[in-house]
Design a protein around this ligand. Structure first.
Ligand SMILES: Cc1cc2nc3c(=O)[nH]c(=O)nc-3n(C[C@H](O)[C@H](O)[C@H](O)COP(=O)(O)OP(=O)(O)OC[C@H]3O[C@@H](n4cnc5c(N)ncnc54)[C@H](O)[C@@H]3O)c2cc1C
Length: 631
């Protein structure tokens, strides 16, 4: 017998990484929210590797935090190893990564959703949506029947018509050991939303006691790690190592011998997989010249008996997986607890979404996470949060929320989805963000916490803390600009650093622009009051130095954004008949008709739409009297 209320303002379907952020944001914004999920104990379960963050993904986590999501805080609280990646490169692309305790991570998220006011959880399977006049009005579930709503967010991950492959065996499932979800895809197709098939894969998990750790190279986290969340205090996590080993020509020969039973190479798998994250069988075929690939063993939780074999994602038959592992140094006796597998699942090509993640076809229906054609916990959580905020705003009859490419990696992610509509699982890369000098991990709170605060997702005192940091940075830079040193004071120090002397007074700012001069070199010359400012907030000095050193590039990016923002503001009417516009190319006509961009700037980013097409569109809009400011 269910005691569930049958009417909610917002319903979230699926309690994965997208679903929890969506449900929490919506409930915290005062909207009565129902989270329908197939298995309560699987909420925020990590399907694949036990890690959060990494290149560009770490930026996403910091942005989720600044907007008021939970992923960063929960990772800080439960992570078992933290490392800053890319330290040898420019500061803009430094990105944190944590080894997660996947059990504690999930438990912590469960406790948050269970305790959340305005949020109810229903353990059930959604099997369809009900619409009226192209608006969502209800969700149908297996056990409870119809539950009415004003908005719904689908975050069903890899579960929609999920099909698992191991060797020649196939089995329905959303993840190994969990059922797939039927009905949602068909229901969306019936209202005109198109779907496709994608594929992803995961490596085997092996038993700790069967690994010969003496033969492996340990890798620990940073000694002084940085937390993901700007709100985390007293950060002192444990530091549990991962281990490195390598495949060899013997391993590759074994894997080759199993290709005739590989679902990938025998054509059983039809869905497209992520090119950037190939399976081990893909790697040995595509990179035949390589005699070795790195394997990274990751503990799945603190004191874990289960290790994740990163780099060995495979859907080859289990006997080949086992033989292949046994040929690797340190894994000669590896005992498989769970085999690697591939999974095919339905997704909804993302050109069908607005930048708020609402579908263009059905009002009040939002899609987020893996169902949008993305891959990764961080991408899913970011999309879930944006969809949750927008569903809440829609319920409150308020203006929608979206982020631009110049504001956030999340803006880049969503813009890429709606203008490029990837046909293979999309993941975030730093190279995808053209304004990456502005979109740093370390300034995410200063860029975005005003939104989180406005939506009531960031506490006032946390917001003030972030504003205080911003203010102190600006004040320090002003001081560096305004304070000059005479040649007699600075030249001896420059000589110590083998730097050219100056002939007249020079500002501290200009000195700091020199690549070999660092803020610490100037400390003996700075007043006590200035140095006290830096001691107030952790990392402040580094941020000031970075802003000064990259000042020229940052200014150029800001100028570029100003030029381009005009095009971001020119709305394209919903009813524009692209197929009838003869002044643009046939390819542009077809692409624009399919993708139906919301602004001229989005249109310009669609592959196949040239600058000449954009000029022709602008002329047409002018003739039709569409003003620039129309929003
Ligand atoms: C085998 C495998 C390998 C992967 N490999 C990688 C990788 O290498 N790299 C990477 O970045 N990512 C990988 N991923 C993807 C990563 O797990 C996802 O990107 C991420 O979990 C997506 O989050 P999500 O919230 O969209 O969905 P999920 O985390 O999949 O969560 C979906 C949730 O929705 C629930 N649900 C589904 N349908 C319904 C329904 N109809 N009614 C009620 N509840 C429903 C499910 O029970 C589940 O709790 C892999 C996933 C799998 C399964």
């Amino acid at each position: 017998m269910f005691h569930v209320k049958l009417d909610f303002e917002n319903i979230v379907i699926g309690g994965g990484h997208a679903g929890v952020e969506a449900a929490l944001a919506s409930a915290r914004m005062g909207i009565s929210t129902l989270l329908i999920t197939m298995e309560k104990s699987a909420i925020a379960r990590m399907s694949c590797n036990p890690a959060i963050g990494g290149l560009a993904k770490g930026h996403l986590v910091a942005e989720i935090d600044a907007l008021g999501g939970e992923m960063a805080k929960v990772t800080d609280k439960t992570g078992i190893q933290f490392r800053m990646l890319n330290r040898s490169k420019g500061r803009a692309v430094w990105s944190p990564r944590a080894q997660a305790d996947k059990l504690q991570y999930s438990l912590e998220m469960i406790s948050l959703v269970v305790a959340q006011k305005n949020l109810e959880i229903l353990e059930d399977t959604a099997i369809g949506i009900i619409t009226e006049h192209n608006q969502i009005v209800a969700v149908q579930t297996k056990k409870c029947g119809f539950i009415t709503c004003k908005t719904a967010i689908i975050t069903a991950g890899t579960f929609l018509n999920g099909l698992i492959h191991i060797g020649v065996k196939q089995k329905r499932g959303g993840r190994l050991g969990e059922k797939s979800a039927l009905g949602i895809t068909e229901s969306l197709n019936a209202v005109g939303i198109k779907s496709g098939r994608l594929k992803t894969g995961t490596p085997p998990r092996i038993h700790r006691d069967s690994i010969n750790f003496d033969q492996l190279t340990p890798q620990y986290g940073d000694k002084n790690p940085k937390p993901f969340s700007f709100q985390t205090k007293n950060f002192n996590p444990i530091n549990i190592p991962c281990y490195i080993t390598y495949t060899n020509p013997g391993t590759h020969a074994i894997l080759f011998s199993g290709l005739d039973r590989s679902p990938l190479y025998t054509g059983r798998i039809k869905g497209v997989g992520p090119r950037y994250c190939p399976s081990i069988e893909d790697k040995i075929v595509r990179f035949r010249e390589r005699t070795s690939h790195q394997i990274f063993l990751e503990p799945e939780w603190e004191d874990s008996y289960q290790y994740y074999v990163n780099g060995f994602s495979t859907s080859l038959p289990v006997d080949i997986q086992e033989k292949g592992l046994h040929s690797i140094r340190g894994l000669e006796n590896a005992e498989i607890i769970k085999p690697g597998y591939a999974i095919e699942y339905d997704f909804f090509p993302s050109y069908q979404l607005k930048r708020t993640l609402e579908t263009k076809v059905i009002g009040g229906l939002y899609l987020a996470g893996q169902v949008n054609g993305t891959s990764g916990y961080e991408e899913a959580a970011a999309l879930g949060l944006v969809a949750g905020i927008n569903a809440a705003l829609k319920n409150r009859d308020e203006q929608p929320f979206f982020l631009t490419r110049s504001e956030a990696y999340i803006g880049v992610l969503i813009d890429d989805l709606i203008t490029k509509s990837p046909t293979e699982p999309y993941r975030m890369f730093t190279s995808s963000a053209e304004y990456r000098l502005l979109l740093r991990f370390d300034n995410a709170d200063q860029r975005l916490s005003h939104y989180g605060h406005r939506f009531g997702l960031i506490q006032h005192n946390q917001f003030l803390l972030s504003q205080c940091r911003k203010h102190l940075i600006e004040k320090s830079i002003r001081y560096l600009h305004q304070t000059s040193l005479s040649p007699s004071v600075i030249n001896p120090r420059l000589a110590d650093k083998l730097e050219n002397p100056v002939k007249s007074g020079i500002s501290l700012f200009k000195l700091l622009c020199r690549p070999n001069i660092h803020l610490a070199d100037l400390y003996p010359l700075l007043p006590e009051s200035f140095l006290r400012t830096f001691s107030k907030l952790d990392g402040l000095a580094e941020q000031v130095e970075l802003d000064v050193k990259y000042h020229g590039y940052i200014q150029r990016q800001i100028n570029l954004i100003k030029t381009q923002s005009r095009q971001e503001q020119i709305r394209l009417p919903d009813n524009i008949e692209y197929l009838k516009i003869n002044s643009i190319t046939k390819e542009a006509r077809e692409k624009l008709n399919l993708m139906r961009p919301e602004t001229i700037a989005q249109a310009g980013r669609i592959p196949g739409v040239s600058p000449a097409d954009i000029t022709a569109l602008l002329i047409l809009l002018k003739k039709q009297g569409v003003s620039r400011e129309t929003e």
